[in-house]
Design a protein around this ligand. Sequence first.
Ligand code: RB5
Length: 145
Amino acid sequence: MKVIVASDHGGVNIRKEVTNLLEEMNIEFEDIGCDCEGSVDYPDYGIPAAERVANGEFDRAILICGTGIGMSISANKVKGVRCALVHDLFTAKVTREHNDSNVLAMGERVIGPGLAREIAKTWLSAEFEGGRHANRVSKISEYEA
Ligand code: RB5
């Protein structure tokens, strides 16, 4: 699995937590920033990361901003991306199993680094169940097309 990671200025600390986790899990990743002192605009990071999942260069993306909302809205504009905004362990697991989400968004002003790390670990480890869920996901793809 290859993962691309990005944040705006509001998600730098959780982004570091996530890249540490990816190193521990021996998962290949690219961290595209931000390398920021001041404020930046989340679509400038979220959209390129989502595009690189959509074009097949990466399998997954993990995106962090203050709330996770800006990143999730931005990523979900990219065709082929199913971004889940997650702040609990239950939905971290179920969005993989049911929605086959390929992008995870989290908000650093909403949850702490410990929970973010467990959410990322759960999301990276859970598998899509297919079956009736595949039918539902394909209806989203058909609408996009
Ligand atoms: C930046 O201040 C903040 O708006 C951003 O990190 C995010 O929360 C947007 O959804």
